[in-house]
Design a protein around this ligand. Structure first.
Ligand SMILES: NC(=O)c1ccc[n+]([C@@H]2O[C@H](COP(=O)([O-])OP(=O)(O)OC[C@H]3O[C@@H](n4cnc5c(N)ncnc54)[C@H](OP(=O)(O)O)[C@@H]3O)[C@@H](O)[C@H]2O)c1
Length: 295
């Protein structure tokens, strides 16, 4: 098994002094100039909003990465993190093609989604190995944001999605030539935990690492902040309780879904020779350009 390393953030917040491997800011800053100018959702320049300093190291990393013409796929693109990820990928335009692999088709009406070569492949996750090997061929980078809840799917259903679907997708990705697997799990993931959620997430992390990708990046966000389509009672209670935490200590235990998405992209374009990196909630917020690591 590859050795797990708690990594220091490879990309930091908003400084021009940062070394390339400690670069900063958000995907909009590093996207082609026109896209960055028009961007509001990612915190880019608007007439009213104060401009964030451009992170030159990240801009250069993105340009270099873009020139490679790599392809990516996204698993879980219909979810809250996945949706933001697709949006940010359309803004950043760092991949020559993005394939969304999921169980249902998404209708994209906004012109933003026409800005990149976006393809959708519909799969049955229970038949990945027998029927969908071809769908996973030829991508360099994978982003996996799959997940469900025990409340929605039951204990076995939760294990199936959050572990089996994740690991089986990773197996096909590896066989199909993917070099870098990005996986969203959760703060507190722990394969030795007594509790179902952290244990399942920890086991998924371990079993993905065992596949020996050139690079595995594991993102462990805290409570996800978003306007969730599906109403979840406990999560909405936690959201209310987490508001002061997000305000006073944004790195502690909360992460907007858009920040997770930006962190994944900014990290992917930044070279790193560690085989396995674990990104904590704080690392995610720094990678996304939400906070300055020096403050
Ligand atoms: N909620 C939190 O506060 C929190 C905190 C930390 C980490 N996380 C983790 O972060 C990750 C992303 O979270 P999220 O909130 O973006 O998730 P989400 O909105 O629930 O989306 C999950 C994705 O997984 C897919 N999926 C679920 N069940 C499936 C099934 N049976 N077959 C095929 N696909 C299925 C969904 O597809 P459909 O749209 O077709 O259902 C969707 O694309 C998850 O692993 C989650 O556990 C969540």
């Amino acid at each position: 098994m590859a050795e797990t390393q708690e990594s220091a953030p490879v990309v930091a917040a908003d400084s021009n002094e940062a070394k390339p491997s400690e670069a900063t800011q958000n995907t909009a800053a590093a996207a082609p100039a026109e896209a960055a100018k028009e961007d509001t959702a990612t915190g880019g320049a608007t007439p009213e909003a104060p401009k964030k300093p451009v992170n030159q190291a990240l801009v250069e990393a993105m340009e270099k990465f873009r020139a490679l013409g790599q392809k990516a796929y996204v698993l879980g693109a219909t979810g809250e993190v996945g949706k933001e990820l697709v949006k940010e990928l359309c803004k950043a335009k760092v991949f020559s093609k993005v394939i969304l692999i999921g169980r249902r088709e998404i209708k994209y009406e906004d012109d933003l989604y026409k800005e990149i070569d976006l393809e959708q492949k519909i799969v049955n996750f229970d038949e990945l190995e027998s029927k969908h090997e071809e769908d996973f061929k030829g991508c360099d980078v994978a982003f996996c944001c799959l997940g469900t809840t025990k409340g929605k799917a039951g204990v076995e259903g939760f294990k199936k999605v959050d572990h089996d679907y994740v690991v089986n997708s990773a197996k096909l990705a590896k066989a199909g030539g993917c070099k870098h697997f990005n996986l969203v799990t959760s703060q507190g993931s722990n394969k030795n935990s007594y509790f179902l959620y952290p244990k399942t997430k920890g086991l998924a992390e371990e079993h993905v690492q065992e596949l020996s990708f050139q690079r595995v990046s594991i993102y462990r966000p805290g409570l996800l902040l978003c306007d969730r389509e599906e109403k979840r009672f406990f999560e909405s209670v936690f959201h209310k309780l987490a508001k002061p935490l997000e305000y006073f200590m944004p790195t502690a235990g909360t992460a907007p879904t858009v920040s997770v998405a930006k962190a994944m992209i900014n990290n992917s374009v930044t070279p790193n020779d560690k085989a396995v990196e674990i990104l904590t909630n704080k690392d995610i917020r720094i990678l996304a350009g939400d906070v300055n690591p020096r403050k």
